[in-house]
Design a binder for this molecule. Sequence first.
Ligand code: Z15
Length: 833
Amino acid sequence: GKEKWPRGDEKVWKDGLRAADDDVPSITKSIVHHVQTSLSRQAYNLDDLGAYQATALSAKDNMLLNWNETQLAYTRKQPKRAYYLCIEYLMGRTFDNALLNLGLKDQYHEGVGKLGFNLEDLLTQERDAALGNGGLGRLAACYLDSSSSQELPVWGYSLRYKYGIFQQLIAPDGSQLEAPDPWLEHLNPFEIPRYDVQYEIRFYGQAERTADGRAVWSGGQEVLALAYDVMIPGYGTKNTNNLRLWESKPKRGFDLQSFNAGDYERAVEASNSAEAITSVLYPNDNTTFGKELRLKQQYFWTAASLADIIRRFKSLEKPFSALPDYAAIQLNDTHPTLAIPELMRILVDEEEVPWNSAWDIVTNTFFFTNHTVLPEALEKWPVPLFEHLLPRHLQIIYDINMTFLQSVEKKFPGDRERLSRMSLIEEGFPKQIRMAYLAIIGSRKVNGVAELHSQLLKATICKDFVEFYGISKFGNVTNGVTPRRWLDQCNPGLSALITETLKIPKSEWLKDLKKLEGLIKYADDPQFQKKWAAVKQTNKERLAQYVEATLGVKVNAKAMFDVQVKRLHEYKRQTLNIFGVIHRYFTLKAMTPEERKKANPRVVFFAGKAAPGYYIAKLVIRLIVNVARVVNADPDTKDYLEVYFLPDYSVSLAELLVPASNISQHISTAGTEASGTSNMKFCLNGGLLVGTVDGANIEIGEEIGEENVFFFGHLTEAVEDLRYQHTYHPVPIEQKCPALAHVLNEISAGKFGDGQTYEPLLNTVRHHDHYLLTEDFQSYIDALKLVDEAYLNQTTWLKKSIITCAKMGKFSSDRAILDYAEEYWSIEPLKVE
Ligand code: Z15
């Protein structure tokens, strides 16, 4: 029979239970306690870092109480849960968000003050948790915030990288340098190691087939996965979900043979190889990188996560056929696709479920989101590499493929072309496994991340699969962002103004963002406009202060702030922006001082990291830095144009930039940016959008009205044909776009430092022009001219800004996560009382 819990005297247990420290005296007591015990320090000599750690530990205690209650409620009520598998979580800082969500910010402010510290200073002691590259990882972070806030039972699973995204340094010549990000070098107050949650993960070895399509996988290397939990508090609720991160460890008694043979060094090396798995985040965004260690990361993570999910399911004592009633597993991009053959392996080899029943369970448990249609980002793994590392999984994939192709043959008899198009194995030397196809056929449903992207998916990558399965397997969930971090926290001035104007508590509109529409009726109100403008001005000055403190330069905060911040990538076309800046510079130079006085002063900010091996992207950074050097030093234009490249873009830097923009640029070649999410953040903070008709820009335009957006450029439908023209009937750039030709020639001629340096970059535009700069440059310049004219009239500008913010309700990640919960995972909110 079952043991009785708790053991011992129940009353003694009950007496030991703590309540949350939510009044100021209890908070200060708990902080002092942590200074003395957890940190083993004392009041004298305590610096900001120590004070931050003790204060964060005290806040963590409060979160833990909620976490415990949430998990207990899940265990007791056994709801269906969703698991969000994402290889990146770009969390940023936790502390401020935790205080906001716990509703304890004021109390902590006061308590910390009593101890002689300033809470705002302590908040900046925290290092960003930067376990992600860009949009994909930040989206996952927003979705966790919304899951807890909407009281949905969702857990995240990922890897606990020892080093997050590299720190970016800019050398004097403008080159990007990369330094490691040792974010764990101090205590991380927000993680809980779970030494009782460990799994053995195997690599390499042999797979020997037994009866009924089963097999035994043995030998090879075994490592341990150790769980670390990160609490995800919800806003205005007790619900606190979990993000479980795996760390790789050598197995105890690891390579005992080498120890016995007296080869101590070899054994230690092997332990290093185990620890290497979760050592570093791969710094590539929107491109693949076929390294064995990356495949090892993917398997290590999905195998540990599945072992954990299956262990939890087994404790319910239900038949495996009920798995889809208790678990939905979201595959975020193809990186966790190995979970599909891994679940087949567990069910068939270990649990002795017949193959067909196992496949039925699998295809009702997984869901797949695609985040890009760029061909270079579609994952394929060479069969020889894969077979060496995961021999049993290759057999399973071959078996899945065979059964699948038989059913295709049945539906489309004799269509050999179709079979080879749809096969999980791409023929060639070597053969490659198409991970996206495996994710599609192994999932219940598939979705894209904005309307246009989901349409393109159905028309391209998924076309054959739509014909095979029918359209209803393929859907769309437009991305969203959390208004807690991306409005209330990063822009407290605007948040307060909104609350005061709507005359409802902020907790209401922050959880029901459509309520922002209540601002529309004030869009013309001069008093309100004045306050709105004042908030923006304060935010611009805050950014200017940061730039002065970090770069040592004074920024003209009266000028329009024009921002493009995102990963450096050719398809995102930071080149278009910097060429536009050069064009503007030449135009200003050619004016008389009198004419110049009528110009709209502008400060252009760039920030973003380039993948360390992405040569062209790094050249773009170099060009921006050197253009900035020349332009900012020119007394003729100084009052009208400044350019800055802010190094080491991060979530925390975004929190300063987003509230300070007058306009932001989202100018990808049409059809290339699946969604974009920073576009949503800028608009939510009343910045206007300059963009192409691409990704979520389109839906933003639909919501806020096209008259409030500066759209330009060719449409997706035109792109294919234009590229064809460029390849087969090229027209010299001087003829096609003289303004752009002039810019390129001046760069070549050495106007911004040695012209030779930039030739490889300039040639991408002169030849092929895959991203169609020559086609869009003139309309881009025209759009920026319209921006200048519109900005001259501050009354109409402010109206646009207010309406933009007011109509962003759709883009809350609460809406997005509820969409996943209802239309995909079939999970329901479970309120923790
Ligand atoms: C990434 O950040 C995105 C897609 C990817 O396939 C990879 Cl590997 C990384 C981005 C998209 O580029 C962006 O358009 C989208 O908003 C974001 O994912 C979140 O869906």
